[in-house]
Design a binder for this molecule. Structure first.
Ligand code: SF4
Length: 347
């Protein structure tokens, strides 16, 4: 899974922007490209690439920390929990490194007692689970490989345990086909006990005008839910309020793919890009300057590999997400000023 990022800065007045834009150095580790699902909106090439080894994952962390002094370590796939041994090695190694925050994203179909024990042993790790709402829409967009049980049923079994983890966030993906039901799906997730959300409208997909309008309406309804919750002293959390990046959806940073190559963006995962962003390997890492130059080329590469229609849709959904955030900042900061220890900070 990949996380949500939006590109526009926040614009809610002096002082607000600095607190809202959380933009730290990031190490992005692709633990494995493999995945047991085939989500309708997924751009990731899953086959034909080796998994990362534990030694290489530790080496990447040491390289990242030596270069940047710390930052965010984000574990993605494919599905990273297809390799719990590598994830465990990363969490154990990172626990002994200062000034890093670890984020693990998962489709939630590989939990077991051992993985839950691992997560409980590392309570500072933020677990981000992809869950899109009621079973109809959650399973409708996810095609399990043959022999796999439907995704929702697999997650539901572990949800009570997951909700007890201190840093548990649900990414609700909203595809063009589910945009009109996004608010209902948000309420369905709340009814399951979820309070910490990350909203992910489908980037790099064609959206019709009607679907964009439905997204706008759904996000308005979701914004109202947040405002009412905060006014009533609730604890709803929206990660999008804290995240921003230079390109929509894809993560920019020190990206180590599972084959040990190093990239400025995990755009490398997309089929249309292949290895065109590689600027080194763990044996021959790029300088900070080379990585920065490669990052500057990413927007041009996006224009090469996606159609103008898809890029326009991407900009449009990113703008809808930014409007949601900008609408919510005033209510969020009012709530945080009134109850500083109650309303969540970034996670
Ligand atoms: S779970 Fe994530 S990596 Fe797997 S198919 Fe779905 S979006 Fe792609």
């Amino acid at each position: 899974m990949a996380p949500t990022v939006r590109t526009a800065p926040t614009a809610s007045g002096d002082g607000v922007r600095a607190r809202a834009d959380r933009w730290r150095a990031a190490l992005i580790l692709t633990i494995t490209r493999r995945c047991n699902l085939r989500c309708a909106y997924c751009p990731t090439v899953k086959d034909g690439v080796p998994d990362l080894s534990a030694d290489d994952a530790r080496r990447a962390i040491d390289l990242f920390v030596a270069r940047y002094g710390g930052g965010d370590i984000k574990l993605f796939g494919g599905e990273p929990l297809l390799r719990p041994d590598i994830v465990g090695a990363v969490l154990t190694h990172a626990a002994n490194v200062s000034n890093v925050s670890v984020y693990l994203s998962t489709n939630g179909t590989r939990f077991d007692a051992g993985i839950l024990d691992l997560l409980r042993a590392h309570p500072r790790v933020t677990l981000t689970l992809s869950m899109d709402g009621a079973p109809r829409d959650h399973d409708g967009l996810r095609r399990p490989l043959p022999g796999e049980a439907p995704s929702f049923a697999q997650i539901e079994r572990w949800l009570p345990e997951l909700l007890r983890l201190p840093r548990f966030v649900v990414t609700q993906t909203v595809a063009p086909s589910t945009a009109s039901r996004a608010a209902a799906n948000f309420r369905a997730l709340r009814a399951m006990g979820v309070v910490r959300f990350n909203l992910l409208p489908g980037y790099y997909l064609p959206w019709s005008a009607a679907q964009l309008s439905a997204l706008e309406g759904s996000f308005d309804a979701i914004a109202t839910e947040f405002e009412r919750d905060w006014e009533a002293g609730g604890r709803l959390y929206l990660r999008n309020l804290y995240t921003r990046a230079p390109t929509p959806f894809f993560n920019t940073g020190f990206v180590v793919d599972s084959d040990r190559t190093i990239h400025p963006s995990n755009l490398v995962l997309a089929e249309a890009v292949g290895d065109r962003t590689a600027v080194g390997t763990l044996d021959d890492p790029p300088s900070a300057e080379v990585l920065a130059e490669a990052a500057a080329r990413v927007p041009g590469l996006l224009r090469e590999v996606y159609t103008p229609e898809v890029l326009a849709s991407t900009a449009a959904v990113d703008a809808v997400l930014t409007r949601l955030c900008d609408r919510l900042y005033p209510a969020y900061f009012r709530a945080r000023a009134a109850r500083p220890s109650h309303v969540s900070g970034a996670a």
